[in-house]
Every structure is written in C-alpha cells, then in structure tokens.
Ligand binder design. Structure first.
Ligand code: KG4
Ligand code: ZN
Length: 342
C-alpha cells in the first residue's frame, strides 16, 4: 500500500443518531466495527430528536467500545491512537464521543485525532474487511460525490487529505430531500430506504419532476424538486383518496439520481479525474449505485452499504491518514458543529 507508518486506530463516531466504534489497521483493514442505531427511538418523532440522541449516546458509548475491542480480540493497550468525529453534526451528540475519546487518550497516554465527518465519508472508500483480499486503492485525482442526510458536495480529491470543494447543495441535502418527500407521501423515517423500496414497484417516468438548472455548474438544489412533488401530491389528493406512492417515489428518485449522476460525470471529465468516489448515506441507494456501475468511462468506488451510512470505520480510516501525516489534535479540542472540508 503506502509508505506511511503502520498504526492501529480506534475510532468513535457520535455525530448524529448512531453510536459507533471501530478499529482499523493501517487505514484500510477493518478489524471490527460496531454501530448502535437509535433509529427506532427517533422514528417515533419522525426525525432525530437531538437531546434524546445525546442521552442515548451516553448510555451506549461504553458498551459499544467494549464490544468492538472484544470483536477485534484486542485490548486498549493494543491501540496506537484514538480518532473521533469532531464535526459537523449535532453538538450535544458530538460532545459525548469527543469526551469519551479524550478520556481514552488521556488515560492511555495516546494521541487524539479529531476527524471531520465528511472526510470520514470520503475515506470509507479505502476500507475493507480483515481477511478479504484488499481491493485496489482509489487513485488520485478523484472526483468525490458526497451525499448524506446533511450534505451534498462535489469534492476533487487531489491527494490524501487534499481537497478542492467544487460545489454543494444550495438548499436541501439529497438525503434530506429523500426524508422530506418520504414524510410527504407517508413513508415514515428514515425516508431514503423507504423511498427506494416503494420505487421498486413504481414507474420512474410517470411524473416528470424538474432537474434544477443552476448558475454555478457544480452546485445542487433539491428544494424545487421537493416543492414539485408536494404540488403533485396536493393535486392528486383532490382527485382521489389513494396516492400512487410507488410512482411518486420512483419518479422522485429518478430525478435525484439524474442530477447527482450527470453532474458528477461532467465534473470528473472537466477536472480530468482518474476515478470517482460515491460516498455517504444516499450512496446506499440502489438506483444511484446502478447509474454509476452501468457506465464504463470511469472506475467508480462505492463502499458496501454498511459503510455508506454513518459508521466509525470511516472515521478510523480518515483518522489513520491524519495520524500518519502527523496531524494530531490537542486534548482541549472542541467539537466543531460546522466544519467545512478543507
Ligand atoms: O451519511 P448518513 O448515514 O448520515 C449523515 O451524515 O447525514 O446519511 C443519512 C441519509 C438519510 O437522509 C437517509 O434517508 C439516506 O442517507 N439514505 C438513503 C438510503 N439509505 C440511507 N437515501 C436513499 N436511498 C437509500 N437506500
Ligand atoms: Zn454521515
């Protein structure tokens, strides 16, 4: 792989509603990963309830760390550094992970590495399970489409830890659009997987929803699409008691996938990228994965589903590259609820 120094990193991720821990060897080989989801609790509220999320993290964090070490057949003494998501995310949730990481680093006398959650998503493309044949490493320059519940961005990755942010959403993130439209057509929370399931039985051509045209070539916008779906739903409700939910879901999904796919391909050509990364929760979407996997112009790296949605393996991978490049954090590090990738 690289000529970077070998190291084993334990990472913690608590930016939203998953309490996660993982141990990774040399930034790629995943020894163990645990994700304790609070999804069922938040589903009752129709979205993440921040104070409930922080308190659940407090309950889950220690058992999640213990389970991860046990699964890796390791003890804390076998770890070289502690990485943790510093932001962006819910401040009250981040605090729980950051303080747990500080406690470990202080108690064990180990370096602490603060990791940007978005950088973590990018590095999910480097991870493979211990025992598997290592997949080829992504080759720079990479065009990275990052699509999650909070962010939708196009970043050119020039080298390790070197990014050029080309564009982002001007309003809703792609995942947020999935969640809002799912609520609108009564599919519940989280919306992404529910829309995907409904769309499997639907006609993507039934409704011609808009693909936003923007002045800035690499930005995204999904609020117009969301409004168009809402208008269609209101109109249909006047005519009938039952909504064509599968057709609405399939047509909406097709509009999102088109926008994400076309722009990423254009950007990859324009910036002469060698390969493409598609990462973040929405990269779990089968229609989006198929769009990229069906083309042959670029080699595309899309992580397995478990690494698309929030997890600590990706934080451990990014943490390794930060650590190996000497970029550790001080023990009085604060959380950074907003922290653009730089
Ligand atoms: O990356 P992630 O787990 O958390 C954030 O960092 O935000 O992304 C969560 C988002 C949610 O909006 C969820 O609806 C969406 O990813 N998502 C999906 C799918 N699975 C998760 N969207 C579309 N299709 C999916 N299969
Ligand atoms: Zn995320």
């Amino acid at each position: 792989m690289t000529d970077l120094k070998p190291a084993r990193i334990l990472a913690i991720e608590t930016s939203c509603d998953e309490t996660a821990c993982a141990v990774i060897e040399n930034g790629r080989e995943l020894l163990a990963s645990t994700v304790a989801s609070q999804m069922e609790i938040h589903a009752r509220f129709g979205g993440v309830f921040p104070e409930v999320a922080s308190r659940q993290h407090v309950l889950a964090i220690t058992p999640v760390i213990q389970q991860t070490l046990a699964a890796a057949h390791l003890s804390l003494g076998d770890v070289d550094a502690i990485a943790v998501t510093r932001g962006p995310g819910l401040a009250g949730s981040l605090v729980v992970g950051v303080n747990a990481a500080k406690g470990l680093a202080l108690g064990l006398g180990l370096p602490l590495v603060g990791v940007n959650h978005l950088e973590g998503h990018l590095y999910s493309a480097w991870v493979y399970n211990a025992g598997d044949t290592p997949p080829d490493e992504p080759q720079f320059p990479l065009m990275a489409l990052l699509v999650s519940g909070g962010h939708t961005e196009l970043n050119l990755m020039i080298g390790h830890l070197e990014y050029q942010r080309l564009g982002a959403t001007q309003d809703d993130a792609a995942g947020e659009a999935f969640d809002k439209v799912a609520r609108l057509i009564d599919l519940g929370y989280p919306g992404g997987p529910a829309i995907q399931r409904a769309a499997e039985r639907g006609d993507p051509h039934r409704f011609n929803f808009p693909r936003a045209k923007l002045d800035s070539p690499w930005d995204f916008s999904f609020s117009g699409l969301k409004t168009a779906v809402m208008r269609e739903v209101r109109g249909l409700e006047k005519k009938s008691n039952t909504l064509p939910v599968p057709d609405l879901a399939a047509s909406f999904q097709a509009a999102v996938v088109d926008a994400l796919y076309e722009k990423t391909m254009d950007a990859a050509r324009e910036y002469r990228a060698k390969e493409i990364l598609v990462v973040g929760g929405v990269s779990a979407n089968q229609a989006l994965r198929q769009a990229f996997l069906n083309q042959t112009e670029f080699r595309v790296h899309i992580p397995p589903i478990a690494l698309c949605t929030d997890n600590a393996a990706m934080i451990a991978a990014a943490g390794y590259y930060r650590f190996a490049h000497g970029q550790t954090s001080s023990l009085d590090m604060d959380v950074q609820a907003t922290w653009p990738l730089s």
